[in-house]
Design a protein around this ligand. Structure first.
Ligand code: ADP
Length: 302
């Protein structure tokens, strides 16, 4: 069967209000009041950024999730189109788009994300046209709307697509979501929270034994790990001067999907995705930080 889309993504988009600070804020003491060094408004959200990364690397990428009907929704839609992501099947719900206030420590590039998501932009899986999911080689979901993600993942796998995911919080349905996707890509704290094993490699092995599928965990500045067929693979992050890690995990996932479709083995997948994420750390903004294939190749040869 020909599948016109390399990747279809369903999940969060956001307008990010980014405040760069000279120090990390704290509730009490001298760092409870901080003068903002600079601020910008840019588009992101895990799904929008991951799809923008896929498109920048050359994949045929489509966003088929929900956008809000406000200015932020319009802004995200325009940013997706500008980055070559198809939005013909995006669904607009009456209500505000997701947005975030992001505090970046300008000394390290590390960030705190405060986000707002209105229930009006939850997706009902029955809103998707039936021919949509069978038209993708990979379907990428996140965990903002777990009910929809589980339903979409189940339908997409039944339609023969590989389902990747972005899972960065733990709820009573996370195990169900992990089981529903083909390749979960987890944030660092998730394997331990799901298994009770403190050490991430052990936790990943335990989770792999439970679900049997390939899994990946991102480890921030320490790189990333994959467990596949009983074997754990680790690759360190590329050494860069990080100015803003917003979107690094999303770019990692976009590049992971690219490597997967190219047929990379786990070590190559990790290296490629770490390199793409490292480039994004050297740039400000989430969608703004998305690298081209040439950028990633340059990082790989450094
Ligand atoms: P998330 O928690 O959103 O999944 P992470 O913070 O784990 O994302 O980062 C994702 C990827 O970005 C990491 O696996 C790594 O490849 C890269 N990365 C993150 N921080 C840095 C950094 N300081 N330097 C280089 N690469 C980084």
């Amino acid at each position: 069967m020909t599948r016109p889309w390399d990747v279809i993504g369903i999940g969060a988009t956001s307008v990010d209000y980014v405040y760069r600070l000279p120090v990390r804020p704290e509730a009490d003491g001298p760092h409870s009041k901080i003068r903002i060094s600079s601020h910008t408004v840019s588009c992101g959200g895990q799904m929008a950024t991951a799809l923008a990364a896929c498109a920048a690397l050359g994949l045929r990428a489509k966003f088929a999730g929900v956008l809000g009907s406000d200015d932020n929704g319009t802004r995200v839609q325009e940013a997706l189109v500008a980055r070559g992501v198809d939005v013909a099947d995006a669904i607009v719900h009456h209500g505000p788009n997701q947005f975030a206030v992001i505090l970046v420590d300008e000394r390290t590039g590390e960030r705190m994300v405060l986000w707002s998501r209105d229930d009006t932009i939850a997706l009902g899986a029955d809103e998707l046209p039936p021919e949509l999911l069978p038209s993708a080689r990979v379907v990428h979901v996140d965990d903002v709307d777990q009910q929809a993600a589980i339903q979409v993942a189940t339908l997409a796998r039944a339609a023969g697509a590989v389902v990747t995911s972005d899972i960065d919080r733990v709820t009573d349905r996370t195990d169900e979501l992990v089981a529903a996707v083909s390749i979960p890509i987890l944030a660092e704290h998730v394997p331990s929270a799901l298994t009770g094993e403190a050490e991430v490699g052990r936790a990943l092995r335990t989770l792999h034994a439970r679900h049997g599928t390939m899994m990946c965990v991102t480890l921030g500045r320490s790189g990333a790990m994959i467990v596949d067929r009983g074997r754990v693979h680790y690759a360190p992050a590329f050494a860069v001067e990080a100015v803003d890690t917003t979107g690094a995990g999303d770019v990692f996932r976009g590049a992971f999907i690219y490597g997967l479709l190219r047929g990379d083995d786990p070590p190559a997948l990790l290296r490629f995705a770490n390199a793409a994420a490292a480039v994004s750390c050297t740039r400000r903004g989430a969608m703004n930080g998305v690298p081209s294939l040439a950028d990633v190749k340059r990082m790989l040869t450094n």
